[in-house]
Design a protein around this ligand. Structure first.
Ligand SMILES: Cc1cc2nc3c(=O)[nH]c(=O)nc-3n(C[C@H](O)[C@H](O)[C@H](O)COP(=O)(O)O)c2cc1C
Ligand SMILES: Nc1ncnc2c1ncn2[C@@H]1O[C@H](COP(=O)(O)OP(=O)(O)O)[C@@H](O)[C@H]1O
Ligand SMILES: [Mg+2]
Length: 155
């Protein structure tokens, strides 16, 4: 698997609307274009890292890359759950992420409850990992804070 961290930026687009409605965990989905441009040596699975929306603050995140076997999606998706409560949706905004570490492969589950509890464990694991000094320092990376530069949505 590719050496991490991997840095990536892209517009937030609509998915199936299941994240918040069925799982209680909204995920900001990247466009098909960004998904296709993802390096093939980043394997599918669940990851942790840092994320920021537009020029906003940098927050902890968990990321799902793949076909969501529980839902049997036919298209690969790359979805970020930011561990922060936002006042509003941010479709159309630019999401910047740093993928830092791998948690586990994507799995199928016998029930929605089992998927939800696996996701909750992923969130706890991400919080623990990102508190480690070597991971915490990437929050301050220039990728998130371009010197003198603003991140603009061109769409
Ligand atoms: C931390 C995390 C772990 C996930 N793990 C799995 C998994 O093991 N299997 C799976 O089918 N989907 C997994 N998902 C993906 C969810 O099924 C997906 O985010 C949900 O269907 C929402 O999709 P939507 O954005 O299209 O609404 C995970 C999502 C997150 C954020
Ligand atoms: N903490 C958060 N993490 C990710 N997205 C969030 C968060 N809070 C609100 N959102 C909004 O919720 C949307 C994702 O919800 P979701 O139910 O997964 O819908 P979709 O299927 O369209 O991706 C994001 O695109 C974003 O606008
Ligand atoms: Mg989503």
């Amino acid at each position: 698997m590719r050496q991490l961290p991997y840095f990536c930026r892209g517009e937030v687009v609509k998915g199936f609307g299941r994240g918040s409605r069925q799982l209680g965990v909204p995920t900001a989905n990247f466009s098909e274009q960004v998904v296709e441009s993802f390096p093939s040596d980043i394997s599918t699975g669940i990851y942790y890292g840092w994320a920021c929306v537009g020029n906003g603050d940098v927050h902890k995140m968990v990321l799902s890359i793949g076909w969501n076997p529980f839902y049997k999606n036919t298209k690969k998706s790359v979805e970020t759950h930011i561990i922060h409560t936002f006042k509003e949706d941010f479709y159309g905004e630019i999401l910047s992420i740093a993928i830092i570490g791998y948690i586990r492969p994507e799995k199928n589950f016998d029930s929605l409850e089992a998927l939800i509890s696996a996701i909750q464990e992923d969130i706890e694991e991400a919080k623990r990992q990102l508190d480690l000094p070597e991971h915490r320092k990437l929050k301050e990376d220039n990728f998130f804070h371009p010197p003198g530069g603003k991140i603009v949505n061109n769409h």
